[in-house]
Each structure stands twice: as structure tokens, then as C-alpha cells.
Design a protein around this ligand. Structure first.
Ligand code: ADP
Ligand code: ZN
Ligand code: ZN
Length: 746
């Protein structure tokens, strides 16, 4: 037996594992993640390293392979765990060990770690408040934002100001000079002293919240480690519940990871955690540099940080004694990785918790079918929060408008009469409206009215998207071209944009309501760093009457003055080749509806659709998750989709269509042969249902062709075995070097 060993725990080292022989007497002790001592270099000096893979075949000249000297006495548990985690990701999701290690190991920073820095308030709360008002009068938006926060928080970590609130040195420097704030660095570990009452967040939990917290803490103290789902409607106080649970686990001296999808990781959310727990809280996000993230992980390792908040990569924080993983908005698609290993953070969290004797708490207003099924089965614990927590906040009143009827009545505009009327009412009352459109760009594509051709990307099988009415962009490969004056195919000058997008909504809104102040938020207006936060805070501060946007406006922020939410075309998200599109539509609409009436004012929601009878839309309008869940489960079970069945997609891509076809035919043959009566050895008993092979929904991307084969089975483990079997066979195939193979569990 041989072991591949990396000398150093970092991203950079995984490309250079060293192979050693495992002496027979050590074999029982050696497994992935174990720290060992090995003779290294010409002098054979003993060094420590971690086993990342155990194999039966030597990759080098057997005569030159050295023996492992022994097992190291005290490996760092967190490091062993990360490597075990990588092994699990590779096995369960299908990737190379290299890719899996790169997913979990930190990118090492060469320079010395920075100290944690803080921004402190230098004025009294009253003076700070006054300064915030003066800043507002002068339209110093960023300064105002910071001062407002400092009114009740005495200090704020520099990272939060820069990464979450998008403040820059240019804003901070004059504030220091004017004596409004000071910048401080702390070298030593110290007790948190951020303003606010840290023993509780000041709210008294309601009955449902209290029951959830008491059940959790009671079971935690009894030594039970498990997964629980907090199913609570929007605004039901889930975050308060998490914070109580976190406080309990911290008291035991253990640490906590809080997963929040990036889009919902706004500074309001982050501040709630800082106010409660102070500087033991840290945040990572994808906008941070590798070095900044490494810094945060180092601080977690040496105990300065005890709560790590972030998107799915926060799971790989090297805590010494992780006791709890919270995963908010558990249903979010962003929790699934889109590169190999294509893991789901929910499953990875449950596995990691098992390694650390930690518990997992998932939360959502619209739980994924996977989570809710397990909660109903009793595999997971279920906590329900059925009411909005704030006494004056009620669920909004929802109207469903049938756009076909509107058309029959002669209304060809994108606004129904109901919505127009409601918008008018809001403008008169000085209240705010959000318009939600699940599509970006001005018009989705350009096509020719003479020959009917849509303008396509020359490298991909998709139509190009028109931006700002002048350039065409491919959303798959980034190809850009000036919008043509004539049809590229038949040279007819009659070509035009079709479909509607946020820009068009903005244009129409301004036309209908010339006096209204309108803000638009989509990929185009937020691509600049901080654009996102700027627009949302301008809207929160009442600088606009109407906010138009894609799904980014649906999450995270609390806008107390928004009393109307309009969904312009609810069915758009129903037309996608993904079997989860019904679930996505329901989730989006429910979340959108949850935005209205969060303050004391009654909220109203208008959902426009061509499909009012579709259960995803109908149930969302009635805010009826249970009925939606039952209907969707019937559909999934009937078509044998997850969660009842498991689905593995094998996607193969190749520059040559011929090679691709040959490779895919082989995969199809292997899958069909596996588990046939009479099949032997590794194939035996692996009979799965097979769909395809067929072309991917987008066949060509970046001049590379793609085909997919789906395998279905009730048992996940069978699919994992099939994947391993295919992997072994493909490695011996003649086309192996010419194709790329990706495994994706749905
Ligand atoms: P969720 O995470 O479920 O959307 P939050 O925890 O953000 O809900 O709570 C929504 C709002 O209700 C917040 O402003 C929060 O401070 C408030 N809140 C939560 N629990 C209570 C409570 N028990 N009493 C009063 N207000 C509460
Ligand atoms: Zn044409
Ligand atoms: Zn393209």
C-alpha cells in the first residue's frame, strides 16, 4: 500500500503530493487525513505531512519509494478534518482528489497576517447622530451610512465597513481628521466591546421561538447531535432563534459557522451578529482577496474568531472545536457548487457536523423538498415559526392577475390595471413600491422580422442578449458584439429586440409615472463593486419611490416603507429545463411577497401571470407551502426525480463532435451493461434507470460540444458506485485525454 502525502496544508501544495510506502505494521493506522512523519529530501530529515490518498499502485519506480517513518503524535484535528472532508467530496460528488483539496484548503498568504482593525466612534451617540444628519444633508451617502451605524454600535470591524458597507479610505480619512472616528488595531485577543446588550438582543422571544430554542438547548445539553430545520415564514424571527442557539454553543466553549447566501449577506444582517457577539464574529465573502480570507481562517484557528459567517466556503473554517453549523435560506441555489466537486453545502454541513460532533440548524421560509421531506420523516427535527415576529407586522394581501384577461380587455402594456392603480396609490401616500422581474437586460434577444432568425452567439448555442439597446452579449461565454443594423442572415433591416427586461420596465415606469423617482437594480447596474449596496441603501433611505430589479432585490434587506410588491411576469421562471423550476418559482414568489409590509403598514402584492392555475403560482399567491409541497412531491415521485429518487448527470464535453459521440456511446453502453443479469465484478447489482445520452440543453459553449447522460436510482450509494465504475472504465478509453467529464448529483 502507498500513501500520497502533502507536506504543508495549503492550496499550493496539493499539486505536489509525495508518494511513500506504508510499512505493513502501520497499515491499520494510516488513513486519509492522518498526520505522519516521513524522511524528506536528500538528507532524509524527518518532516510531518498529511495523508491525502491511499492507493495500491505505485506511481514511481518502486525501488525509489521511501517508507513512512511513523504516525505523528498530535496532528492538528482541523487539518485532518479538512482532508477527510476533501476525500468525502471527491467520493460523493465525483472530482479528482486535487480538485477536492483545492476546494477545502486555504490559499496561503506569504505576508505576515494583518491585525484586526476597528473603526471607533469618537463622538457621543447624540453628536454622532447629528453628524449623520449633516452628512445626509450634504449627500455624503457613505459617511451617513457609517455614522448611523455608529450611533448604537460603539465600534465596527474595519472589514465589515469595507466589505459589507463598501466604505473606502477616501471616506474614512476625512472622518478621522474631523475627529468623528478613530481607527484602531488590536494585537492581542480581547473581550468584545461592541455596543449593544450582548447577553440578549433585547427582544423577548415569542412562544414558538422559545420552544424551538429550549428544545435545541435541552437536546444539545443531553449530548444529542442532530440536524434541525427551522421552517419559519419570512420575518418570523429565525435569526433571533439562531442567535440564541449560537449563544448557548459559545457558552460551552465551542465554535459556530453561520452560512448565509452571499446575496443575503448585507451589512444589516452582519451587524445584528456583531451587536450581539462582538468581535469574535468574522465574515468572509467572495469579494475578499485570498489573503484576506486566509487571515480570517488564521484568526479562527488561533481562537480570536469564534463565529464565522459567510457563503458556502465558510464551511472550511479550521475551527478546533466546531459545535454548531447554522445554514440560513437553506433552499438557495447558491449553496450548490457549480464547479467540481459539485457539492451541496447542506449535505457537506451535515457530514462535517458528524466529524466534529456538532449540530446543524437549517432555516427557510420555503424549505427545499429535500429538507422538508427529511423533517417530516423524522430524520431531522422540525421547528415551525408560523407568525411574523413583530407585533405590528402582518402577512401581505396577495392579488393574482391573469394577463390573458388583461389582453382580452385591450390592455397590451406590461402593467395590469390592478398594478397601475396600486402603484398610483403608493405614490400618493408617499410609500414605496418594488417591481420584480426575473430577467435581466433590456430585451432578451434580437431577431429578424423577415426571416425569423434570432441573433446567436457564434461560439455557443444560445441567442445573444441585448444590453442598453446597443450591444449584444453572450451570457455563456461573454462574447460581445455591437448590435447589428441588418439581419446577419438575410440582410433585412427589420430586426428588433424581443421580450422584456428590467430596463424596459424602468422605461415604461418612467413613462407612466413621470414624477416618480425610480431606481433599477440588476447585473448591469451593480457590476461595479459596491453598486449593489449603494442602490439598496439609497432605496432604504427613501431616495426613490420605486425599485425595479431582478431576484437580487427579493432577498436580505428589510424595507419598512415598502407596501407594494409587483411581480411582472411570474411564469418566466417556469420555463426552464430544470426539474426544480416549479420549486424555484414558488420560492421566488413567496420571498417577493414576504418583502411587502414589513414595517407597521399593511402590505399588498400583485402577481401578474399567464398561468394563474399553475400550482407553483397559485400556492405562492396563497402563501401555502404545505399544498405546494404535496403537489410538487406528487410530480417528483411520478417522474422519479429527487428527493425520492437520486439523479446523477454525467456531462462530457469535447471540441470534436465525433469523439464526443464515441465517448458518450461508451458511457451509455457501460451504464446499460451494469447490473444486467450475468454482469460480474464491479458492475454487479448496479442497475439504474438511464436517460439519454442526449445533447445538453445548450449543446455548444465556447466552441465545445456537450452531451449528458442521466442515471436515476433510489439509492444514492448505488449511483456513487456507478460513478466510480464509470470513472475507472473511462480512464482506460482511447478518448480519455480528449474529453472533459463532469459528474453532477442533482
Ligand atoms: P427572519 O430571519 O425569520 O426573517 P428576523 O429574525 O429577521 O426574521 O426577524 C424579523 C424582525 O422581527 C426583526 O426586525 C427582528 O428584530 C424582529 N423580531 C424577531 N423576534 C422578535 C420578537 N420575539 N419580538 C419582537 N420582534 C422580534
Ligand atoms: Zn433575416
Ligand atoms: Zn457564447
Amino acid at each position: 500500500m502507498y500513501a500520497n502525502i502533502i507536506i504543508d496544508i495549503s492550496h499550493e501544495m496539493v499539486d505536489k503530493p509525495f508518494q511513500y510506502r506504508i510499512p505493513p505494521d502501520l497499515e491499520p493506522e494510516i488513513s486519509v487525513g492522518i498526520q505522519v512523519e516521513i524522511p524528506f529530501g536528500a538528507g532524509n530529515r524527518l518532516r510531518k505531512g498529511y495523508v491525502v490518498e491511499v492507493t495500491e499502485t505505485a506511481e514511481f519506480d518502486i525501488g525509489k519509494i521511501k517508507d513512512i517513518a511513523g504516525v505523528a503524535a498530535h496532528g492538528v484535528a482541523a487539518h485532518s478534518r479538512l482532508i477527510q472532508m476533501a476525500w468525502w467530496l471527491k467520493e460523493r460528488y465525483g472530482s479528482t482528489m486535487n480538485q477536492a483539496l483545492k476546494t477545502v484548503l486555504p490559499v496561503k498568504q506569504k505576508v505576515k497576517p494583518k491585525q484586526a482593525r476597528f473603526i471607533r466612534r469618537a463622538l457621543s451617540p447624540q453628536e454622532t447622530k447629528k453628524a449623520a444628519e449633516e452628512a445626509a444633508a450634504k449627500h455624503y451617502g457613505a459617511r451617513e451610512r457609517l455614522l448611523k451605524v455608529l450611533v448604537d454600535a460603539e465600534e465596527l470591524p474595519y472589514e465589515v465597513a469595507v466589505n459589507q458597507m463598501n466604505l473606502t479610505g477616501a471616506t474614512l480619512k476625512p472622518m478621522v481628521e474631523k475627529g468623528m472616528i478613530t481607527l484602531e488595531a488590536e494585537t492581542v485577543f480581547r473581550n468584545p466591546r461592541i455596543g449593544g446588550d450582548r447577553t440578549s438582543s433585547g427582544v423577548e422571544l415569542n412562544r414558538e421561538q422559545r420552544e424551538a430554542v429550549e428544545d435545541f438547548t435541552g437536546r444539545y445539553d443531553a449530548g444529542i447531535r442532530e440536524t434541525a430545520l427551522v421552517y419559519g415564514v419570512t420575518g418570523s424571527g429565525k435569526t433571533e432563534v439562531y442567535m440564541e442557539m449560537i449563544a448557548h454553543v459559545l457558552e460551552k466553549g465551542r465554535q459556530v459557522i453561520v452560512l448565509i447566501p452571499e446575496i443575503a449577506l448585507t451589512y444589516q444582517t452582519v451587524l445584528r451578529f456583531y451587536r450581539r457577539f462582538g468581535s469574535v464574529v468574522s465574515i468572509i465573502n467572495s469579494r475578499m482577496s485570498a489573503g484576506e480570507r486566509y487571515d480570517q481562517f488564521e484568526r479562527a484557528k488561533n481562537g480570536q474568531v469564534r463565529i464565522m459567517i459567510g457563503p458556502r466556503s465558510a464551511l472550511f473554517t479550521p475551527f478546533s472545536d466546531l459545535g454548531l453549523i447554522i445554514m440560513d435560506e437553506e433552499h438557495e441555489t447558491a449553496y450548490k457548487s457549480e464547479t467540481s466537486p459539485r457539492y451541496h453545502a447542506r449535505e457537506a454541513a451535515v457530514y462535517l457536523a458528524g466529524l466534529c460532533r456538532a449540530s446543524v440548524v437549517l432555516g427557510s421560509a420555503t424549505p427545499s423538498l429535500e429538507a422538508y421531506t427529511r423533517a417530516l420523516d423524522g430524520q431531522w427535527r422540525l421547528y415551525r415559526l408560523s407568525q411574523r415576529a413583530k407585533r405590528d407586522s402582518r402577512m401581505a394581501c396577495v392579488h393574482l392577475v391573469d394577463l390573458r384577461e388583461e389582453l382580452k380587455q385591450g390592455n397590451k402594456s406590461m402593467f395590469s390595471r390592478k398594478l397601475l392603480e396600486a402603484m398610483e396609490g403608493r405614490l400618493e401616500a408617499g410609500q414605496q413600491t418594488m417591481l420584480f422581474m426575473n430577467r435581466r437586460g433590456y430585451a432578451s434577444f434580437v431577431s429578424c422580422r423577415s426571416c425569423g432568425e434570432a441573433v446567436k452567439c457564434p461560439h455557443c448555442d444560445v441567442t445573444l442578449t441585448l444590453h442598453f439597446g446597443q450591444k449584444l452579449v453572450c451570457h455563456y461565454c461573454g462574447y460581445e458584439v455591437k448590435s447589428p443594423d441588418r439581419c446577419p442572415k438575410c440582410t433585412s433591416p427589420y430586426i428588433a429586440g424581443f421580450g422584456t427586461g428590467t430596463q424596459k420596465v424602468e422605461e415604461m415606469t418612467k413613462k407612466m409615472f413621470p414624477k416618480a423617482r425610480v431606481l433599477r437594480m440588476d447585473m448591469d447596474t451593480t457590476s461595479r463593486k459596491g453598486g449593489h449596496e449603494e442602490i439598496l441603501s439609497a432605496f432604504a433611505q427613501g431616495q426613490a419611490d420605486i425599485l425595479i430589479g431582478t431576484q437580487m432585490i427579493v432577498k436580505g434587506h428589510d424595507f419598512p416603507n415598502v407596501t407594494l410588491v409587483g411581480v411582472l411576469a411570474a411564469d418566466l421562471s417556469l420555463y426552464s429545463p430544470d426539474f426544480r423550476c416549479g420549486e424555484r418559482t414558488f420560492q421566488l414568489l413567496t420571498q417577493a411577497a414576504g418583502r411587502a409590509g414589513r414595517g407597521g403598514l399593511m402590505g399588498e402584492v400583485v402577481i401578474q401571470t399567464y398561468n394563474p392555475e399553475h400550482y407553483s403560482i397559485d400556492c405562492a399567491a396563497r402563501q401555502d407551502y404545505e399544498t405546494f409541497y404535496r403537489q410538487e412531491m406528487v410530480y417528483r415521485d411520478m417522474l422519479r426525480y429527487p428527493p425520492g429518487f437520486q439523479l446523477l448527470a454525467i456531462m462530457v464535453s469535447c471540441k470534436s463532435e465525433e469523439v464526443l459521440s464515441a465517448a458518450m456511446a461508451d458511457f451509455g453502453r457501460w451504464a446499460a451493461a451494469a447490473g444486467q443479469p450475468g454482469s460480474m465484478g464491479e458492475d454487479a447489482g448496479l442497475k439504474a434507470e438511464m436517460i439519454g445520452p442526449a445533447q445538453a440543453p445548450v449543446y455548444k459553449v465556447n466552441d465545445i460540444y456537450r452531451k449528458i447522460l442521466y442515471l436515476k436510482h433510489e439509492n444514492y450509494d448505488i449511483l456513487v458506485k456507478l460513478k466510480n465504475c464509470m470513472e475507472r472504465k473511462s480512464r482506460k478509453a482511447s478518448w480519455y485525454q480528449q474529453v472533459m467529464i463532469q459528474y453532477d448529483f442533482a
